[in-house]
Design a binder for this molecule. Structure first.
Ligand code: ZN
Length: 154
């Protein structure tokens, strides 16, 4: 199975457009958050985004990171994934149907694009009449790296 970063590119323009729709002012800080989300395959947490951007944007506040993320979630532009065993919400800019695999040891989240998830979503929409904004399929376990590390432990 391939657990390498997904090939799906998330255009930052889509995220910026969502912020504009939400009526948020497009400050350099917010644009940088969009760029970071679009370029990240690590399912970042607000703290991670804040730490990564703070050196370049000294006026950035954690509150701006939070309110930008929540605006994007409300518009369905990104998904809030909940925590990865680390009590921190992770965010996913890839809204195409896929499975998230959460490692409960290193707290990384891997993506597995899966046709069945897309079909399930379509079926759910057809059977219920729902217009579906997003879906979250999460499996919890140990990633291959952590299984190897665990096997080496005395
Ligand atoms: Zn792991």
């Amino acid at each position: 199975m391939n657990l390498s970063p997904p090939t799906t590119e998330v255009p930052e323009e889509r995220l910026i457009e969502a912020l504009r729709e939400a009526g948020l002012r497009l400050t350099p800080q917010r644009l940088a958050i969009c760029r970071y989300l679009a370029g990240s395959h690590t399912h970042p947490t607000p703290q991670e985004i804040y730490r990564a951007l703070k050196p370049e944007y000294p006026s950035l506040s954690l509150a701006t990171v939070y309110n930008t993320l929540s605006a994007l979630v409300e518009l369905g532009a990104i998904h809030a994934l909940g925590d990865a065993g680390d009590d921190t919400t992770h965010y996913d800019a890839d809204t195409a149907p896929h499975i998230n695999l959460v490692c409960v040891r290193c707290h990384r989240i891997f993506d597995l694009p899966h046709q069945a998830v897309a079909e399930l979503e379509q079926e759910a929409a057809e059977h219920t009449g729902f217009r579906i904004f997003g879906a979250r399929v999460v499996y919890y376990g140990l990633c291959p790296d952590c299984q190897r590390a665990e096997a080496k432990e005395p």
